[in-house]
Write a protein that binds this ligand. Structure first.
Ligand SMILES: O=c1[nH]cnc2c1ncn2[C@@H]1O[C@H](CO)[C@@H](O)[C@H]1O
Length: 339
């Protein structure tokens, strides 16, 4: 009988809510910061980085996030970051990950869209060969940059259409960034076959989640934790089987939730809402996907069987072909049986 952290570490998993730049390891951030020393507020010393990643609130988190985005100057930086992110996920036995990428931010900072897409695609294929992990892309609109960013994100998605692209998202702040204005862009992305996965209900109430469902055609919701405040919404999510991508430590570190013990994950599960457990921006929040499964196990009071069920629920929520989903679920079952 292995202990729970060891069980989680070996468990085959999928990751559905993790941001590309937000996954840069302290080593990579330090390496990039050293290249741009004097021109960036980001410390090159990994120890000082932990303090730099102490967030006063969600708005401060976004400011810091964008300062790290500023460190990524060319297609080689993009390739290195992507390949390293895949290495770290594979180390945690992640078989498949949907990585949220924000092409607008990089194109806006001078990397041409074709070069950006070529870098992530090449890194994706190399990572598959090197680490045996499958990566897919969610291109998200950075909400704080408004409709011009929506327009450009859609254009990049449809013009470049990299093979790994499967979904269209919306990130950044929710306060002052109403979801309905993005409807035309989501309509076009969905018409082109991309799945809809906006963030909603991370830093604002259930109304934002209703808007994401009704206006943006959300098939999964990024975070969605404020659904716990609305019984009708909980019932709707449970009945329609619309999963929430829950990232517990993120919510505490951005101060969306006061403490882990007050996190609504147990209420969401209790209401029958499908959830997946995710890491969001793991080094920035001092966490890993494995840690998030351990946090979820503690909050839900579950052991290995329950944790394996969470891993299977994430597979069910993934935009995977049925045969691939069945293969990873069977791997989870075999692992559980073998421990
Ligand atoms: O937890 C999060 N919520 C919302 N956006 C996030 C989060 N983590 C990273 N980003 C990223 O913040 C940038 C600015 O909008 C986007 O690139 C988005 O992907």
């Amino acid at each position: 009988m292995t202990d729970l952290p060891t069980f989680i570490a070996g468990l085959p998993k999928v990751e559905l809510h993790v941001h590309h730049v937000g996954s840069a390891s302290p080593r990579i951030v330090a390496e990039l910061a050293a290249r741009h020393e004097g021109r960036s507020p980001v410390p090159a010393d990994p120890e000082a980085l932990a303090d730099y990643f102490a967030f006063r609130d969600f708005a401060h988190f976004i400011d810091v996030y964008l300062s790290v985005v500023d460190l990524i100057r060319d297609a080689d930086d993009v390739w290195l970051l992507t390949h390293e992110v895949a290495r770290e996920l594979a180390r945690q036995q992640v078989r498949y990950a949907e990585l949220t990428v924000t092409p607008y931010s990089h194109v806006h900072r001078g990397i041409p869209a074709p070069a950006f897409c070529e870098a992530i695609e090449d890194a994706r294929k190399r990572a598959e060969a090197d680490f045996g992990i499958a990566l897919r892309w969610c291109f998200d609109i950075p909400g704080e940059a408004g409709l011009p960013a929506a327009e450009q994100t859609l254009r990049i998605a449809l013009d470049q259409r990299p093979d790994g692209l499967i979904s269209f998202g919306l990130g950044g702040p929710e306060i002052g960034v109403p979801r309905p204005q993005f409807k035309p862009y989501f309509d076009q992305a969905r018409a082109a076959g991309l799945r809809s996965v906006p963030h909603a209900g991370e830093t604002t109430g259930p109304e934002t989640i209703w808007d994401a469902l009704n206006e943006l055609g959300a098939e999964r919701i990024g975070h969605g934790i404020s659904a716990a405040l609305d019984p009708a919404l909980l019932a709707h999510l449970a009945e329609r089987r619309i999963p929430l991508e829950v990232c517990p430590t993120s919510n505490v570190r951005t101060r969306a939730v006061a403490s882990l013990d007050e996190h609504p994950l147990p209420q969401l599960v209790e209401a029958g809402v499908p959830v997946s457990i995710n890491s969001d921006d793991p080094p920035m929040f001092g966490t890993t996907l494995n840690d998030e499964y351990a946090v979820a196990a503690r909050l839900l009071g579950i052991g290995p069987e329950g944790v394996a069920a969470l891993a299977r629920d994430a597979v069910a929520a993934a935009f995977l072909a049925p045969a691939e989903a069945a293969r990873i679920s069977a791997e989870i079952d075999a692992y559980l049986a073998s421990t």
